[in-house]
Structures are given as C-alpha cells and as structure tokens.
Design a protein around this ligand. Structure first.
Ligand code: ADP
Length: 353
C-alpha cells in the first residue's frame, strides 16, 4: 500500500518530527535499584552525526539498546520515534530502518568475511545474484577484498569492525547506531573508522555514535550530548560545549611597546606579559566578543601584531560537567594512546587553570 494511502496514521504534531531521525522524551531505565537513564531527551536531525559521550558505565549502550528495540524502556518513559516510526507501536518498522553495530560484533569468526556478508544478504532476503553484488561492493568499499576468503577469526580488530559495519549496510539502513566503534582500536584503525563514518554521512545516513573519546566526538559529531549520572548534563556542537566552560581567552601580541601599554591600560581583566608584549583577555571566543575587541582596537588606533583565540577543549567540558577526570574513565590500552586525549603540551597549557 502506498504511504499516501495512510494519512490517518498521522497525529497532530507529527510534522514536528519530520526532519528528525530519532526523537525521545523522558527516556528512563533502571536495572534493579540502579537508575541508569533518568529521563533523557533526544532530538537528532536526519543526516546528522550525534555523539552520546560518557565514561564506562554511563548508560550509553543502554540508550542504544532501547532505541534499537533490543531492550524496553521503563514504563513512564515518554514517546520515542526512530526513522519516523513509534518505537512502542511499531518496533518491526524501526528495526527495518536501522542498523546496529556494537563492541561485540555480529561477525562469525569461523567463516570467511565474504561468507559473513552473504549470510547477512540471505537474512535480508536478497536474491543470490543481488547478495553477491552487494557483498562484492561492500567488501571493496571497506577494503576487505584481500581478506574476503580468510576466516574472520584471523582479522585484526579494525578489520572486524569494518566487516561488522559492512554487514550492517547490507540492509541499507538509513539510521546507524555505532556503539563505541573505535574502543580498543589502534590510532590508525581509529582514523580509518572515522573515514567510514564520514562516508556514511555523505550518503545521507544518520549516525548515532557512542564514545568515551572526546576527540572522536569532536572530530565526527554535529551534536554531542554528555551523559552523566543518568541525565544529559549538556548538549550542543563541540564549539558550543567548549564555550560553556571558563578558560577561553584571546591573546594579543604587540610589536610596538606603546600600543601594548595603551591596550594593557584600557582593556578590562587583562593578564600582562611585559616581556613578550602579550596580553591575555578572558573571552568566550564568540563572534560578538571578538568584534567588540577588534572595534575597540580600531577606534583606539592600536595595532596588534597577532591575535589568537583559545577555547577550552572537550576535556575541560567533560571535566567540568561530570566532575571526573577523563583519563581515568577508560580501561583499554588504546585509551592511553594519541586518540584518547590531546597530549599537545601547548593545548594542555592553554587549557590549564
Ligand atoms: P556504557 O555503555 O556507558 O558503558 P551501559 O549502558 O553498558 O554503560 O551500562 C550502564 C549501567 O547499567 C552499568 O552500571 C551496567 O552495569 C548496568 N547494566 C547494563 N546492562 C545491565 C543488565 N542487563 N542488568 C543489570 N545491569 C546492567
């Protein structure tokens, strides 16, 4: 039946959801007396990447399991819509619209990568010919052609994740849940995985990503929600989140001592460095604040040699919101590698308070 024959299934207010791939209100889940999700709201636009960021045990996987119909939310939770379908009323339709890959992949280690793919094609009722076509295309796209005839048990972590995502794509889902897709991967495989996510987005797929890596959320996500104590402690773009913590500043360096002195006396709350003729001014880095500073410099006829804006990074945000140190939140060796936390000494210095 064409969808146009179903106008009566639309309810008042449905148009508000039209451009949302996922929406949820007051999502709750407890295990025994442990409250894991304590009323979270989500509004994820179609075609975007959303990152749910939180330390181990924060409830990220629980959220993915609920949204992907694997686990029921607690009674009293608000409505959830995924891919245009009501989760409670039509879980089958939700399942048909989504793909899920978790840390514990669906890959069968005993059979080859190609056989895993063909099995998935069978599950999706593709014809033999179509299954072979899709399999060949995806193995190529995920750089698995050379390994295709080898048992998947011998694949590296990164290859297994790629195979897992390729298997998910056999069903051509428009919404994909990636639950900690790079946990435990080495930096190179992590970067490869980021490339995969970007390709998915370029194809118009909506990606719901969970991660404990701030840098990953920063790299990939249009919007980031920080999960802490069962609630979303903050949500926004990486830049918006960085602006909510103090520590941002503008630094002006002057070539002329007279210009330096004029600015140092006139500007409020400046930190001076008389040796390098540098001033540091607290700022949220917003366009409005920068414009007013530049306007003042122009009006005063003071010329700065160099202007740099320093905003706090997501580590600062995470620390401020969760009260925890992100360095202690992960248990995998990869978490101590380059991907987990920026280790650039300048960055550390800039964000230190
Ligand atoms: P994350 O994905 O952020 O690491 P999870 O959603 O896996 O967190 O887990 C959140 C909390 O819920 C943890 O304390 C975990 O032990 C608990 N939990 C998850 N699944 C179950 C379950 N099936 N039964 C009991 N407790 C669970």
């Amino acid at each position: 039946m064409p969808s146009s024959a179903l106008p009566t299934t639309r309810r008042p207010g449905d148009h508000l959801h039209d451009d949302l791939a996922i929406s949820a209100t007051g999502l709750r889940k407890s295990y025994g007396d442990k409250r894991v999700l304590d009323g979270i709201d989500l509004r994820i636009p179609t075609g975007s990447v959303f990152a749910l960021l939180g330390p181990n045990g924060a409830g990220k996987t629980t959220a993915v399991k609920i949204l992907s119909t694997l686990v029921a939310a607690d009674p009293g939770s608000g409505p959830v819509r995924v891919g245009g379908h009501d989760l409670a009323a039509d879980p089958q339709a939700v399942r048909a619209a989504i793909g899920v890959t978790g840390q514990f992949s669906a890959v069968d280690n005993l059979i080859t990568g190609e056989e895993n793919m063909l099995l998935m094609a069978d599950l999706h009722h593709l014809s033999r010919r179509e299954g072979r076509r899709v399999t060949a295309e995806l193995l190529e796209r995920f750089d698995l052609v050379d390994a295709a005839k080898r048992p998947a048990g011998g694949y590296s972590g990164g290859m297994k994740r790629r195979l897992d995502i390729a298997m998910t794509l056999v069903g051509d889902p428009r919404i994909i849940f990636l639950d900690e897709p790079t946990t435990g991967l080495d930096p190179r495989s992590r970067h490869n995985m980021w490339g995969v996510v970007r390709e998915l987005v370029a194809d118009g797929v909506t990606v719901f990503l969970t991660t404990q890596y701030l840098e990953e959320a920063d790299e990939l996500a249009d919007r980031i929600a920080v999960l802490s104590n069962g609630t979303i402690a903050a949500e926004g773009s990486a830049d918006e989140l960085k602006r909510i913590v103090p520590g941002g500043h503008v630094r002006l360096r002057f070539a002329a001592p007279a210009a330096y002195r004029t600015a140092a006396l006139a500007l409020a709350d400046v930190q001076r460095n008389d040796e390098t003729l540098t001033l540091q001014i607290p700022s949220d880095g917003s366009q409005r604040e920068l414009r007013s500073l530049l306007d003042w410099l122009d009006a005063a006829g003071v010329e700065a040699d160099e202007l740099t804006v320093h905003t706090p990074d997501l580590d600062d945000v995470f620390f401020a919101l969760t009260g925890g140190d992100t360095r202690g939140t992960t248990g995998t060796p990869a978490a101590t590698g380059t991907g987990a936390r920026r280790t650039d000494p300048d960055q550390q210095k800039e964000t230190a308070r």
